[in-house]
Design a protein around this ligand. Structure first.
Ligand code: GUN
Ligand code: FE
Length: 457
C-alpha cells in the first residue's frame, strides 16, 4: 500500500539548485521506497490510473485504511502541510566514542589532541558500562539532530563495538560501523597485536551479520601511522574476501602527512599507501579530511570513486587547514560534508553545512574568488544528503539522501516558522532552519518509509 506524504518538499537531485514542490507530495510504496514525487495528491498515479481528487483524502494518521470499490487499498495521505519535508542527513565520518569529549582539548593540533584527549577517552570504552551509557547518549543525540544514516568509528574494543552495533539496531537507525584497527603508535592500553586485531575484526564481521542485519560493517584502519604494513595487508584481504567498504583518515594535518612520508619512504603519497594494501576498494571507500592532497592523490581518489569526507568544523578546531573544496569538486571527487565528532564539536549536520560554506568563503581570502568559488547552500545541502547517501546505495543498503524514485524514503519533517515578514518560499524556510534552527524544529524522522521513534530517551 502506498502512502503519500504531503507538505513542502525540498531536495537536491543536483547540487546547483533545490528542487521544490510547495504543497507537494512524495508517494512511498510498501517497500519503503519513493515511487513518485508530485505537485499534488491528484497527480500521483496508482498502478497506471490517475487518482481522482476525492479518492485521495487527507486522513488522520491513525484512521483505518479504507478500500475502494476496485479492492485496491486507498493510499493513506499523511498531511504535513505547513512543514518542510526534506531528506534526512547522512554523516560519513563520525567517532561515536568521542562524543563525551566534544568541545574538550581543542587548543591542540591533531597529534597532541589524539595523545592527550582522544586516546584517554577511547581507552575507557574497554568498560562495557561506559560504552553502554555513552553509546546510548550518542545515538539519542544523532537521532535528535536528524542524522539517520552515518558511518561511525567505534574503538578497538570488540565487546563495546558489538554493543554499539546492537544499540544501533535497537535504535532503528541504519549506520555502518567499524571496529578501529591500531597496532602501533598508541598508548599501551589502546594497542592490539596485529593478529588479535585481524581475528577480532573477523569475529565482529561474523557475529554482526546475524545479530545486527541492518547495521553494516566498514573496515576501519585508524590511519596509516597507527597501522603496521602487516595489519593493512591483512585488512586488505578481509576487504576483498567479504567485499566490504573501508573508512579512514587521509591528509588531515601537515605533521601527520610528514610522518606518513617517513614511515613509508618508498611510497610517493599518503593515499597510495592505502591503495597499495587494497584499502581503497572502488566505489566503497570513505576518506576523511583530504586537505593536503597532491594532484596524484586527487586522480587516485577520483579513479577509485572515493567519498572525501570534508569535516570543516573539525579542520578549524584542530587548525588542520582549509580544504580546497572547489578544486576537489572540479577534479571530479565525491566530496561530502561530515561532522568528525569530536574533533568537530557539534553532531548537527546543519551546523556542518554552515561551517562548510563559511570555510569555503574563508578560502577565497587566500586564493581569490575565481580560484575557489564558495559553496552555495544547495551544494552544501547536497553534500550532506544525496552525495553521502549514494554510499549506502553503493554498498547495497538502500540509496538515500534524495527523493528520486527508487530511493528509500529517509526524511525529516520540519516545522515551518510562521509569520516571517519575508513570506519565504520553502527553500528560504529551509535556509532559516539550516542556519538558525535546531532539533526542536524536527517533528518526525523517517527511515525507509517508517517513522523512527526516539531511542534511549
Ligand atoms: N586521525 C587519526 N585518528 C583520528 C581521530 O580520531 N580524529 C581525527 N580527526 N583524525 C584522526
Ligand atoms: Fe576523524
Amino acid at each position: 500500500m502506498t502512502i503519500i506524504i504531503r507538505g513542502d518538499i525540498v531536495f537536491t537531485p543536483r547540487p546547483d539548485r533545490f528542487t521544490v514542490l510547495e504543497d507537494g507530495c512524495v508517494a512511498v510504496g510498501d517497500d519503503g521506497r519513493v515511487t513518485q514525487v508530485a505537485g499534488s495528491p491528484s497527480d500521483i498515479r496508482l498502478r497506471g490510473t490517475r487518482a481522482s481528487g476525492d479518492r485521495i483524502v487527507p486522513t488522520d494518521d491513525a484512521a483505518p485504511r479504507s478500500t475502494v470499490d476496485s479492492g485496491e487499498p486507498e493510499p493513506r495521505v499523511i498531511d504535513r502541510r505547513g512543514c518542510l519535508v526534506i531528506p534526512s542527513f547522512v554523516d560519513l565520518h563520525v567517532h561515536a566514542p568521542q562524543y563525551p569529549m566534544a568541545g574538550v582539548g581543542l587548543d591542540e593540533q591533531l597529534l597532541r589532541w589524539l595523545e592527550n584527549t582522544t586516546f584517554p577517552v577511547e581507552s575507557h570504552f574497554a568498560d562495557p558500562q561506559v560504552a553502554g551509557t555513552w553509546y546510548r547518549r550518542f545515538l539519542h543525540r544523532i537521532w535528535r539532530v536528524g542524522t539517520l544514516r552515518f558511518s561511525a568509528f567505534a574503538t578497538l574494543h570488540e565487546e563495546s563495538t558489538l554493543m554499539l552495533m546492537g544499540l544501533c539496531q535497537e535504535s532503528g537507525l541504519r549506520p555502518v560501523v567499524g571496529k578501529v584497527n591500531m597496532d602501533r603508535n598508541a598508548p599501551e592500553e589502546l594497542l592490539e597485536s596485529t593478529r588479535d586485531s585481524l581475528e577480532s575484526t573477523r569475529r565482529i564481521i561474523g557475529k554482526s551479520r546475524a545479530a545486527t542485519p541492518d547495521i553494516g560493517y566498514v573496515v576501519t584502519p585508524r590511519f596509516v601511522p597507527s597501522t603496521t604494513p602487516e595489519l593493512m595487508e591483512g585488512l586488505g584481504e578481509i576487504v576483498r574476501e567479504f567485499g566490504l567498504p573501508v573508512q579512514s583518515h587521509l591528509d588531515e594535518n601537515r605533521s601527520e602527512v610528514e610522518w606518513v612520508r617517513r614511515l613509508h619512504p618508498d611510497v610517493p603519497t599518503y593515499a597510495q599507501v592505502y591503495d597499495r594494501f587494497g584499502l581503497m576498494p572502488e566505489g566503497r571507500t570513505i576518506m576523511a579530511h583530504c586537505i593536503w592532497m597532491t594532484q596524484t592523490e586527487r586522480r587516485l581518489l577520483r579513479e577509485r570513486g572515493v567519498w572525501a569526507a570534508h569535516c570543516p568544523q573539525s579542520n578549524l578546531n584542530l587548525a588542520s587547514g582549509l580544504m580546497p573544496v572547489r578544486r576537489d569538486l572540479d577534479a571530479g571527487i565525491k566530496v561530502c560534508v561530515a561532522s568528525d565528532v569530536a574533533a568537530g564539536h557539534d553532531p548537527s549536520m546543519p551546523r556542518q553545512i554552515v561551517s562548510a560554506i563559511e570555510t569555503s568563503k574563508a578560502k577565497t581570502f587566500e586564493t581569490g574568488h575565481e580560484n575557489d568559488r564558495p559553496l552555495a547552500l544547495s551544494e552544501a545541502f547536497y553534500m550532506a544528503t544525496k552525495r553521502p547517501g549514494e554510499f549506502f546505495g553503493a554498498i547495497g543498503r538502500g540509496r538515500v539522501g534524495t527523493f528520486e524514485p527508487g530511493c528509500d524514503f529517509d526524511a525529516l519533517v520540519i516545522r515551518e516558522e510562521d509569520g516571517n515578514p519575508l513570506d519565504l518560499p520553502p527553500e528560504g524556510k529551509l535556509a532559516r532552519f539550516i542556519y538558525d534552527g535546531d532539533d526542536r524544529d524536527i517533528l518526525e524522522r523517517w527511515i525507509a518509509g517508517r517513522t523512527v521513534p526516539e531511542p534511549f530517551a
